[in-house]
Design a protein around this ligand. Structure first.
Ligand SMILES: *Cc1c(COP(=O)(O)O)cnc(C)c1O
Length: 474
């Protein structure tokens, strides 16, 4: 499988190089040159497979030529394991829970950090280590987090022999649960940095480090944010998994997806293009609604950031949206380069009416504010006793308002466990947040390891250079 850039100028790469690449050299994002397509018979024959075996069948075409089947199978079996010491705490890996007639939540929060990002980052860590061992290389990962991504990335990389991971979070500005989920994972290749600044400061330092990597003395820097192709790839699998449980591919399924960066929902769009009958995809955003403004009014315009009760979707621009735009423009890289150049200069954009109408055949959208989020948490709790996290609640709200057909099963992606966001649960007034699951029960007693650093690029880079080789200097 070869991968091409959405801006048409960077060289095509194979899977292995895309895994290590991050952004393409022309500023674009990598996408498969040709998407695999499965027949209905083929998809139907996968009914009842354990999650890791389904994952093998769905993702195999994407890694062909880079990872032999037997090795890929083994990696997937480890990643999506559910035995006592397994990665996922539920034997179905991604169970479906019914809320009401023909309405389901796909619970993607049974992984180590209790959010859907584990599905991708558990795999990414193992793939990186596999590829690096083969090449006899080591890499450094730098990432910025306001909460969820950091812990999922650290959990995914903690066992990697060939990776040192540095995660920056804004000092005193993440919740205690979120901080402890990062700082209590101990290892000589794990480095938590609390920056005396805000999230944007952290992110800026990551960007600047990618732009000028001299301080790494030749060691490669790798990105694990949601633009990494391997993360999108891993998320395609659970759309197939959910559909097969509910009578697919013989019948169509609708999905509602809480999204900020358009990563998770783009995976659903790909599942459909690979042959899975999906009749509707609902883009569910919070007040940071650039995606909703595009889907409902063909306007893609940056606005100021609003902090919300669903912080993992607090974004101003959607980094993966460019991948959809590329398809909407007949995969014309030059057109995307021009569009994004305009956007960068502060202009927003609309696309040609026909292209927008094409997107609207499949996508609907809704922006949900904090009050409506709490109202939905309360409603669902009163209806059936399920406690939703605020991100999932936004998905449920959007599903109920945008649904096209009551006869089609509606699946809402449950992106996080409610215990991670006690503030929203409290505001919704439905009693106490639930207890931490067994594997995190002693989270508040565990030893923490974290270094507080000044909001200064040179200081951070010196720290990375000093510790980037399993705690020793590069
Ligand atoms: C990251 C995250 C999202 C948004 O994911 P996208 O990649 O932007 O679609 C939604 N919910 C939770 C809980 C998250 O951690």
């Amino acid at each position: 499988m070869r991968y091409i850039s959405t801006r048409g100028q960077a060289p095509a790469l194979n899977f292995e190089d895309v895994l290590l690449a991050g952004l393409a050299s022309d500023g674009g994002l990598y996408v498969p040159e040709n998407l695999p397509r499965f027949t209905q018979e083929e998809i139907a024959s996968w009914a009842g497979l354990p999650y890791h075996e389904l994952a093998f069948r769905v993702m195999r075409p994407f890694v062909t030529g880079s990872i032999p089947d037997a090795d890929f199978k083994k990696i997937l079996e480890e990643t999506y394991s559910t035995s006592e010491q397994g990665v996922f705490a539920h034997s179905a890996v991604a169970p479906l829970r019914q809320l009401s007639g023909n309405e389901w939540v796909l619970e993607l929060f049974h992984g180590p950090t209790l959010a859907f990002k584990d599905f991708a980052l558990q795999l990414l860590g193992r793939l990186l280590d596999y590829v690096l061992a083969k090449r006899n290389e080591r890499v450094v990962i730098m990432g910025a987090t306001s909460g969820d991504t950091g812990s999922a990335a650290i959990e995914g990389c903690k066992a990697c022999e060939n990776v040192d991971i540095f995660i920056m979070h804004p000092h005193n500005r993440v919740s205690e649960v979120q901080r402890r989920q990062m700082t209590t994972i101990l290892g000589d290749n794990i480095h938590n940095i609390a920056i005396e600044g805000n999230f944007d400061d952290c992110q800026e330092m990551v960007k600047d480090s990618f732009a000028d990597q001299g301080f790494l003395k030749g060691t490669r820097l790798v990105a694990v944010n949601s633009i990494n192709w391997a993360r999108i790839m891993a998320q395609i699998v659970y759309y197939f998994h959910a559909a097969l449980q509910l009578g697919g591919p013989a019948r169509s399924i609708a999905f509602s997806v809480p999204t900020g960066n358009f990563g998770d929902i783009f995976a659903g769009y790909l599942a459909r293009n690979m042959g899975l009958p999906i009749s509707q995809l609902i883009v569910a955003t919070n007040r940071n609604d650039i995606l909703h403004r595009f889907m409902s009014g063909n306007q893609y315009v940056k606005e100021t950031l609003h902090p919300t009760l669903s912080p993992s979707m607090d974004i101003m621009v959607s980094s993966n949206f460019e991948r959809l735009l590329f398809d909407l423009h007949g995969r014309n890289g030059a057109a995307i380069a021009e569009l994004m150049a305009n956007f960068k200069q502060g202009g927003g954009f609309s696309v040609e009416e026909g292209r927008w109408a094409e997107a609207r055949k499949l996508f609907d959208s809704l922006a949900v504010d904090d009050a409506q989020t709490c109202e939905t948490i309360t409603d669902v709790f009163n209806e059936c006793g399920e406690l939703l996290d605020p991100h999932t609640a936004i998905g449920v709200r959007a599903a109920r308002e945008c649904r096209r057909s009551l006869a089609t099963p509606m699946v809402i992606l449950g992106t996080a466990h409610p215990v991670k966001f006690p503030e929203a649960v409290e505001k919704a007034g439905v009693g106490q947040a639930p207890a931490l699951p067994a594997h995190l029960a002693d989270l508040f007693e565990r030893e923490e390891r974290c270094t507080v650093l000044a909001n200064d690029l040179k200081t951070v880079q010196a720290f990375v250079a000093q510790h980037g080789n399993r705690g020793k200097p590069l």
